[in-house]
Design a binder for this molecule. Structure first.
Ligand code: PEP
Length: 253
């Protein structure tokens, strides 16, 4: 099997200001610089207002910077939106697309998420494509079907292990303190890899990184990331605290 380097990604959501440029991103970059052995990649996705400042702060460090969303179009009359190339110009290497908060708050469907991911790839960004079921869907026994449908509908054309990451984020676990059990998460991750194999081939599917997201914290990160198909985390709340985010990264085996 292809060795996959875990990715520890922080989603700051609509949190943080100029104080976090040094206090959070800078602090993480300094810890990375002081760490000889680092079996993971680390990414922070601050609000768009901070992408340029964070990218400048961590320049030369292995800490990567990403956006939290991008528009489907390259440019144009889309007031308040941000094009993928704009994020790239500021120093971003990644962008999250299809987060369940975007799907819920802005009515984004799979076709929109796919178009955003394709815009990200066209701009040279890595797309982190989020999928996940609601509690009602899980209780109705629809978890695998929902995630399969979202994955197939949201996967960008031209996806490769180098330009695309999939994040499985059960909606009922995001920001709730409820975490999927390692077995629940692994079941979905295994299905994701199988579906990726059907569309991209076994080699690409085996090399693509699949992140778990949903109340990941220092206390549960190790058992989640020990699962064979979980290659890191997309972390919200715990990514806002240097020590917690760092401790999650240390949980990589
Ligand atoms: C997220 O926003 O992607 C997330 C997983 O949030 P939290 O870790 O706070 O549940």
């Amino acid at each position: 099997m292809t060795a996959r380097r875990p990715l520890i990604a922080g989603n700051w959501k609509m949190n943080g200001g100029l104080a976090q440029v040094d206090g959070l991103a800078g602090a993480l970059a300094r810890r990375l610089a002081d760490t000889a052995e680092r079996p993971f990649d680390m990414l922070v996705c601050p609000p768009a207002t901070l992408v340029a400042a964070v990218a400048g702060e961590v320049l030369g460090s292995p800490l990567m910077v990403g956006g939290q969303d991008c528009h489907t179009a390259e440019s144009g009359a889309h007031t308040g939106d941000i094009a993928a190339a704009m994020l790239r110009e500021l120093g971003a290497s990644h962008v999250i697309v299809g987060h369940s908060e975007r799907r819920a708050d802005h009515g984004e469907d799979d076709a929109t998420v796919k178009a955003k991911a394709e815009a990200a790839l066209a701009a040279g960004l890595v797309a982190i494509v989020c999928i996940g079921e609601t509690l009602a869907q899980r209780d109705a026994g629809e978890t695998l079907a929902v995630n399969r449908r979202q994955l197939v509908g949201s996967l960008p054309a031209g996806a490769t292990p180098a330009n695309t990451v999939i994040a499985y984020e059960p909606v009922w676990a995001i920001g709730t303190g409820r975490t999927a059990s390692p077995e629940q998460a692994q079941e979905v991750h295994a299905m994701i890899r199988q579906v990726l194999g059907e569309s991209l081939g076994a080699e690409a599917a085996g090399a693509m990184r699949l992140l778990y997201g949903g109340s990941m914290k220092p206390g549960n990160a190790a058992e989640l990331m020990a699962q064979p198909d979980i290659d890191g985390g997309l972390i919200g709340g715990a990514s806002l605290k240097v020590d917690d985010f760092w401790a999650i990264a240390q949980a990589v085996q």
